[in-house]
Every structure is written in C-alpha cells, then in structure tokens.
Write a protein that binds this ligand. Structure first.
Ligand SMILES: *Cc1c(COP(=O)(O)O)cnc(C)c1O
Length: 447
C-alpha cells in the first residue's frame, strides 16, 4: 500500500519539491511573488479605546541582567565561560511585541534571538534586528521562495531531516547571498541541527541521526554550527527526565562529532532548565518566559531558581466605563449567571474575551481598582466584563482597572500575576501572555 500511494492521481501534492534540488534556480524576475504574513496589532496612535497593554522595556533589560547574573554565578562555580543567551521571541515576543523587545535586547547585548516561524524572523530583520536569528520551527514553506527568503534575511535555520538540508543547500548554491549572511570564511551557511532526546516532537531521532549527518556531509554549503534539543519536563519537581535527556543529547553529540562535525553552540535549556539545572546551560540557553518576568515554575526547587529577581514586563489596563446600582436579586450579563445577593454596585470594563480576558474567568477572576481586588461577576463577554465594586464606594467612571500586573492606588497596592490567572483557569502563564489579542494596543515605556 505504502509503495503505491505516491503515484496515485488523487494524492495531495506533498511530494512537490521544496526545492528543485540540483536544478538551476530561475532568476529573481521569474520568482513567484512571495509575501509573508506578519503578526498584526493595533498601534497606540490608532487607539481610541482605553484598554491597553503597557510594556516596560526597562524591565526586559532588568530580567536579562538577572539571567546573565545566574549564568555568571554558575560559570564561576564551574570555572568556565558563562553560557550565551539567545532570547526566545516567538509568538510576537510572547505577546509583548517582538520587534520592540528584540531591539531592546540587542542594545542590551543579547547574543541572539530565536523565533518559531520564518515570518517572525523576517519581521525582526525588517525591524532592523541584526544579531543572529534562529528559526526553530524548521518549516520554511513548500516552495523555494521560503528557503530563499530565509537566506536573504540572514536567518539561521534549524534542520533535522535531509529534505530540509538539501533544499537549503540548493538555495545556497544558486542564490547570491547578501553581505552578512551567517557564513564561515569558507562561504558556508550556518545551521543548527535539532535532535529529539525525549520531547517526541521535532528533531532527528537516534534512528534518523546518521541520515541527517550524511545529508550535511554531502551538502558542504551548510555548516552545522549548533546542536540543539528541547526539554520536556524542565519545570517538573523531579529533574531526572531532564538529566536523562541531557545524557541522550551528549551521546548524540558524540556521534555527530565522530561523523566529522564540530558544533560550537550546544543548547537545550528553556527558562526552567536555565534557572534550575546548571548542567543544561551548555554553550547557550534559550529563555523565553523568564525574560518577560514570569517565573516558569515558581514552586519548584533547584539551581538559581530562587536567586533570580524577575519582574513582569506587561501590565494590561483598562478603565471603568459605566457604573450602576442594582437592587438585591437582579441579574448581570449573558445567561443571568450572577445575581446580586445584596444591593450592589456594578462597574463595566471595556475588555472581554476577544481581548484576551479569558471567558473562563467568568464569576471567578478578579481585577484591581485603586489597588484593591474586586471580583468579576457574570459571564465575561466578547468586549465587556462586569465587576462588583459594592465594597469600594469611592470607585467612579474613568478609574484605572488593572487586569494583569501591579497597581498602586488610593486604596492599597496589589498585583495580579499571569501565574495566578493561569492557576485559576487551568492553563499556564505562557498562554495568558500570548492570549492578549492584537485588538489591545501595546504602549512601550522606557525604551
Ligand atoms: C518556547 C521555547 C523555548 C523557551 O521556553 P520558555 O519556557 O518560555 O523559556 C525554548 N526552546 C524552544 C524550542 C521553544 O519552543
């Protein structure tokens, strides 16, 4: 059955060549128009609405310094050079706006950045980011234009199978690469080889490693500058799985070396592994969430976890737009899911689930007004959410509301963290941050 599928007329064109390997590539004028879908977001200048996210770039720098200090402390103990940091800025910089965060980190001296998508890498280059950009997803489109765009924008591809290696090498052979393309003096394109050590997601498995190495050997346009893997359980209390994955990675590194390669950048650590397991630092680390000031595993022990003083970079703010006094027994919102058990004062906030305020917070979540917590009442709707301010009689229309982050107000001081919201609705802080939708304009402070 398997052997005949490729020739069946109705088979989807999955075997359409990514690149016509070995064939001459047509010149620029013959190329299919290639347009990249970029993340879109509202811009502050266009915003009439009061709901907004405030991104404090000074705190991005602060978190980078904290992580550098952790790496230095560990390097001193072990008498080696500190691992380099390549910041993970996929998904629009975890919702913070990748171009602004990347530019900030680059000025602060970060060694490189990582994204998931080709499109995300191109967006950073268009924003003037010049440091190495690693495209981790390993997917460069079904047509050669994607591979050409990758090289034109001097992005560093992650590879794990021979078809990727061959299409990138073919592009390198037939394209005039721009100045500054990551190449060795021999003129080769640098790639990072990804190996699967237990995540079961992407990367050459132990069984596929020889084939990937053979493809790299027979395509000398490429040089394996990095060897990477991804850890599945770095935030678990027990780090045994992490250490097992690192052992497998080191075995695979041995095989890669025997095949004649000498990757200078070995990397595996996300934020949790970076903070908890010095053995995972290797030559470089790939923190994402920690740079945004959110601890990946606040309760887990180990390593420098407790030492890092991370500060949340994003605050999500809105305002009270309406106030009403309702008698005991009256219902609020869709489905009349909440009824006043006493005469109540209800404030309406112009932020809903389409903005990233999860509907799972209906009758469950809290927001801050004047530095005090007030409960969300009724069902969170698409654009609006109601809160019970009966206990805060001084609240008035136009008062600031904090949905995520810290607030100091006339009534006190408090903070709602991504970890707290995630725990309440059964998700993780990563999802809370990336859910703040493009409808919410980002305002940047302290650039
Ligand atoms: C997202 C991601 C990271 C960063 O993870 P954090 O937990 O946010 O630090 C690192 N490596 C890979 C491959 C990733 O996909």
């Amino acid at each position: 059955m398997a052997s005949s599928t490729a020739s069946q007329p109705g088979t989807p064109a999955t075997d359409e060549p990514v690149a016509q390997v070995g064939a001459a590539w047509p010149g620029g004028e013959e190329r299919r128009a290639f347009s990249v879908l970029r993340p879109r977001r509202a811009r502050p200048a266009e915003a009439a609405r009061v709901t907004r996210a405030e991104i404090n770039l000074a705190l991005v720098r602060h978190n980078l310094r904290e992580l550098e200090a952790c790496l230095r402390a560990d390097a001193d103990v072990h008498g080696r050079a500190p691992a380099r940091i390549w910041a993970v800025l996929k998904a629009d910089g975890y919702g913070h706006g990748a171009p602004n965060v990347a530019t900030t980190l680059q000025h602060a001296g970060v060694d490189g950045v990582c994204v998931a998508l080709l499109e995300e890498g191109i967006e950073l280059r268009d924003a003037g980011v010049s440091c190495p950009v690693l495209v981790m997803g390993g997917y460069y489109g079904r047509f050669r234009d994607g591979v050409e765009a990758l090289l034109e924008h001097r992005l560093t591809p992650v590879v794990y199978e021979s078809s990727q290696i061959e299409s990138i090498a073919a592009a390198a052979r037939h394209m005039k690469l721009p100045a500054g393309t990551p190449r060795t003096p021999g003129g080769r394109v640098t790639v990072h080889l990804k190996v699967d050590t237990g995540m079961g997601r992407l990367g050459a498995t132990e069984a596929q490693l020889d084939e990937a190495c053979a493809a790299l050997s027979s395509n000398p346009e490429l040089i394996m500058d990095g060897l990477m893997s991804h850890l599945a359980c770095a935030d678990a209390e027990d780090l045994e799985t992490t250490h097992e994955q690192l052992r497998r990675m080191s075995d695979m590194l041995e095989r890669v070396r025997r095949a004649g390669f000498a990757p200078t950048m070995r990397h595996a650590a996300n934020s949790a592994a970076m903070l908890r397991s010095p053995a995972a630092h290797l030559d470089m680390v790939r923190p994402g969430i920690a740079l945004f000031g959110v601890h990946p595993c606040p309760t887990a022990s180990g390593g420098a976890a407790r030492a890092a003083n991370l500060k949340p970079v994003m605050r999500v703010l809105s305002e009270v737009v309406a106030l009403r006094d309702v008698p005991k027994g009256s219902a609020i919102g869709y489905g009349h899911d909440w009824r006043a058990s006493r005469p109540s004062r209800i404030a309406t906030i112009p932020m809903g689930y389409a903005d990233g305020l999860s509907r799972a917070l209906s009758n469950k979540g809290e927001v801050l007004i004047g530095g005090q917590r007030v409960p969300i009442v009724g069902t969170v709707s698409m654009d609006l959410t109601m809160v019970d301010v009966t206990d805060l009689p001084s609240v008035s229309v136009k008062d600031e509301v904090v949905v995520l982050g810290e607030q100091r107000g006339r009534l006190g001081q408090d903070a709602i963290t991504a970890e707290e919201i995630a725990a309440k609705i059964g998700t993780i802080s990563w999802e809370c941050l990336t859910s703040v939708s493009r409808r919410v304009p980002r305002f940047y402070r302290q650039p």
